[in-house]
Ligand binder design. Structure first.
Ligand code: ADP
Ligand code: ASP
Ligand code: MG
Length: 456
């Protein structure tokens, strides 16, 4: 098929209520000539609510879980009632009730067995996207738009790692060609769920929190899309998380590498895996504001040469830092290999690494179970772990080749203690480790020094 569809992904905040859904639908209508495939998150904070309900049920608090369930259902009923004309409302309310019944059954089951496996959690969590797409697709249809509601579980094939499933791009391409492309080709808008998928034998899975962005990029790559649009509540990828630095500004253009690095180091606006399928298929990703569609936005493309020393700041917390010291490290060939082998065997993934002559520091997950690994290491070196640290990352294409960045960074941070520093191997990322509580102040100081602007 030569048709190059447009992927339009709307996040939870863009679907928070009927008014938001109307704004999103207007954008879809304007894009009709571009063959839009609409990928939706759950409404607002529905997924958080579903997680809470599942946990309560599994703790035996069925009544509370069902109260949360009622509130979630009510949110969807209200949106449907506001969006749909009276004659169409009853049938949609019935469809919502069917989902509600399914969810209540699962919650009741969880309260009986008092356990919550990742598999059960996926069964619960998947209801959020199934409900939002149902309401939105029925609304588009009521607006006179020809629409097909595609079940992502028939397209987004994954392995069986519940909660963090790995997508299978080849199968997804074949399934998208079968279940989505023909509808787009026939001039229909296709609406489908982000975040959820299924295994070959039909087990529902999810891609991890925030995974709808990833779904959008996977489907974009599968269908050879012209662009993947991420519609959200900010006017693009900003120079810093606006909740930390209110003066952060949208970045008009970013390279794939810069965007991938920012996402990996905590810029929540993009799921960290999103960029990968887009890079492979060379599809531009844009980040836009649903409520200010004519405002600013960001374009992320492979051929962008920003030439900037610093493009943006990101932060991720909490993390733990393991420091291993040995006076014999220097004359011990294979010291690092041995260390990584120990972490690997203990299922601990290492994030950033900084080495000195007789010590090496590594960051790991804050909740990582480190006792066994540390015991093994202590047979040949001393080892300590400190928790509740944070990584602050400076990202920019010309970071490495611009003199003076490090000096300005240290001066700006002043009395805030930097516990570890690491230059990323791709040379566009300088990572610092600080105490978690110092992060807001560190970001404000660094932004003012390195990314000053009218409003900084
Ligand atoms: P959605 O529901 O649309 O998926 P998210 O909440 O996942 O939205 O992502 C958007 C949020 O990401 C923004 O509201 C902002 O608070 C946060 N964010 C963190 N870092 C950045 C950044 N560098 N640029 C833009 N937004 C960021
Ligand atoms: N609804 C899911 C979540 O809240 C996926 C997403 O929003 O991208 O994590
Ligand atoms: Mg998101």
């Amino acid at each position: 098929m030569s048709l190059r569809p447009l992927i339009m992904k709307f996040g939870g905040s863009s679907l928070a209520d009927a008014a938001c859904m109307k704004a999103a639908a207007k954008l879809v209508r304007n894009a009709l000539p571009d063959a839009p495939l609409v990928v939706l998150s759950a409404m607002g904070k529905t997924t958080d609510g579903l997680f809470r309900a599942a946990r309560m049920a599994a703790q035996g608090q069925l009544e509370e879980a069902l109260e949360a369930h009622t509130a979630l259902m009510e949110r969807h009923r209200q949106a449907a009632a506001k969006l749909l004309p009276l004659e169409r409302t009853a049938s949609v309310l019935q469809e919502i009730a069917q989902h509600g019944g399914e969810l209540a059954t699962i919650l009741t089951g969880l309260s009986m067995v008092r356990e919550l496996s990742p598999r059960s959690m996926d069964a619960v969590a998947s209801q959020g996207e199934r409900l939002s797409t149902l309401v939105f697709a029925r609304f588009l249809a009521a607006e006179g738009i020809e629409v097909h509601l595609a079940d992502a579980r028939r397209v987004l094939r994954t392995d069986a790692k519940s909660g963090v499933a790995t997508p299978q791009p080849k199968a997804i391409a074949a399934l998208a060609a079968e279940h989505i492309a023909p509808h787009l080709g026939a001039g229909r808008v296709v609406v489908t769920q982000g975040y959820i998928g299924s295994t070959a034998d039909g087990l529902v899975t999810t891609l991890g929190r925030g995974g709808s962005d990833y779904s959008a990029a996977l489907l974009g790559a599968a269908l050879g899309a012209r662009e993947v649009q991420i519609w959200t509540d900010v006017e693009g990828v900003l120079t810093c998380d606006p909740r930390m630095v209110p003066g952060a500004k949208p970045i008009p253009e970013l390279s794939f590498a810069e965007a991938a690095e920012l996402a990996a180091f905590g810029a929540k606006v993009l799921h960290p895996a999103t960029i990968q399928p887009a890079i492979e298929a060379d599809i531009p990703v844009t980040v836009r504001s649903t409520m200010k569609p004519n405002g600013r936005h960001s374009v992320i493309r492979g051929d962008v040469k920003s030439g900037r020393a610093i493009t943006a700041l990101a932060s991720r917390a909490p993390v733990a830092v393991v420091t291993v010291s040995s006076s014999r490290m220097l004359d011990q060939p294979g010291f690092l290999a041995r260390l990584f082998d120990i972490f690997g065997r203990n299922g601990i993934s290492v994030d950033i690494v900084a080495t000195a002559e007789i010590s090496v520091s590594l960051t790991v997950d804050n909740d990582a179970e480190t006792d066994n690994a540390l015991a093994e290491i202590r047979a040949f070196a001393s080892a300590t772990v400190v928790r509740d640290r944070a990584i602050v990352a400076l990202v920019g294409e010309q970071l490495r080749s611009t003199p003076g960045i490090a000096a300005r960074t240290f001066t700006a941070l002043g009395d805030l203690n930097i516990e570890m520093i690491s230059m990323g191997a791709n040379e566009i990322n300088l990572s610092l480790v600080l105490k978690k509580d110092d992060v807001p102040e560190a970001l404000r100081r660094l932004h003012a020094e390195l990314l000053p602007g009218d409003d900084a």
